[in-house]
Design a binder for this molecule. Structure first.
Ligand SMILES: Nc1ncnc2c1ncn2[C@@H]1O[C@H](COP(=O)(O)OP(=O)(O)OP(=O)(O)O)[C@@H](O)[C@H]1O
Length: 311
């Protein structure tokens, strides 16, 4: 079955999952469009795995509706439309990597040639090794191979690059781009903010089971509002700098001043009005990591919780 329709690939409509009093997912609504690479970003316990598991029909929502290719997740998964790599789940021991990939491809309605899968996952050289004798990073690559062993339209990955070293991670994303170039939709959960920034064209920030932000990496950085400003200024009075409009935090080293501000224009005008003449003024957005922390901390404060970063 091929899905070339124009409807959303995935839709969550007001989906919740409660474990007793705990709202792991709390009224989540979102849509993924064909060909998008979307990162699900959130602190520990945000509800990322629960959301992905519900999408893959492994857990049942307490309320709300999930659709995949316009049908219910169970049937979409059964038809082979989705390839998935989850966080846990052991691999069958005592078989070789090649045998395992062969076995899983054989179960798939539209198997990909084994050699292609081994190459794409970067495991051709370990095809003869037993799966229970692999390193953590190699195991991750084998699990990725199983996700792409059949032709599918949607790939779902839960923290795929955990335990991968930098080189393996880069190779992994290069293979992923090959998959996406074929028109596949990719949804992945990650803790690695730089990874979301580099790999995704859209980021969904979730915290406590709710969607806090949905946009391009640029949007997310803007959404956090604050800017970072730096300049050189000899003999600046810290108290004066902290008192400037919009200033959130301040760091100084020798004559280098770095400021986080919610109003970069106001901060600069205030500084000039106070008679200072700084040099080498630079104003930029916060990095994604800072933006992400700012968004989740603001949400935690607004809801009377301790910020996730401090949990
Ligand atoms: N089977 C379960 N029974 C009870 N609570 C659960 C169960 N599974 C998950 N939870 C709780 O639901 C919340 C969301 O968990 P989930 O694993 O979805 O978060 P996550 O965003 O994937 O976190 P992490 O980044 O740590 O993997 C957590 O508070 C977790 O403790």
């Amino acid at each position: 079955m091929s899905h070339s329709g124009t409807g959303p690939v995935v839709s969550f409509d007001n989906v919740s999952k409660h474990y007793g009093a705990l709202k792991a997912v709390d009224g989540l609504s979102l849509e993924l469009r064909r060909g998008e690479t979307v990162a699900l970003l959130g602190p520990n316990g945000a509800g990322k795995s629960t959301s992905l598991d519900m999408l893959l029909a492994l857990r049942k929502p307490t309320a709300g509706t999930i659709k995949m290719f316009g049908s219910d997740p169970y049937h979409a998964v059964k038809s082979g439309s989705v390839g998935a790599m989850l966080q846990s789940g052991g691999l069958m021991p005592e078989v070789t990597v090649g045998e395992l990939v062969n076995l899983v491809a054989g179960l798939h309605p539209r198997p990909v040639p084994i050699a292609t899968t081994l190459r794409r996952a970067g495991i051709a050289d370990i095809a003869d090794q037993r799966v229970d004798r692999l390193s953590g990073g190699q195991t991750q690559r084998v699990r990725f191979a199983l996700a792409i062993a059949g032709e599918c339209d949607l790939i779902v990955l839960d923290e795929p690059t955990t335990a991968m070293d930098v080189e393996t991670r880069q190779r992994f994303w290069a293979s992923m781009r090959e998959e996406v170039a074929e028109g596949k939709t990719l949804l992945f959960a990650t803790h690695y903010l730089e990874e979301a920034d580099q790999a995704a064209d859209r980021i969904l920030v979730i915290n406590r089971g709710r969607l806090l932000a949905d946009g391009t990496p640029e949007d997310i950085k803007k959404r956090a509002g604050a800017k970072r400003m730096s300049f050189r200024l000899a003999g600046a009075d810290q108290a004066v700098l902290l008192g400037l409009p919009g200033v959130v935090s301040l760091e100084t080293r020798h004559d280098l001043v770095q400021i986080q501000t919610e109003d970069s224009d106001g901060t600069l005008y205030g500084l000039l009005d106070a008679g200072y003449r700084p040099n080498e003024i630079e104003v930029g957005s916060l990095g994604l990591e800072q933006a992400f922390l700012a968004i989740t901390a603001e949400d935690d404060r607004a809801n009377g919780h301790e910020p996730a970063a401090a949990r």
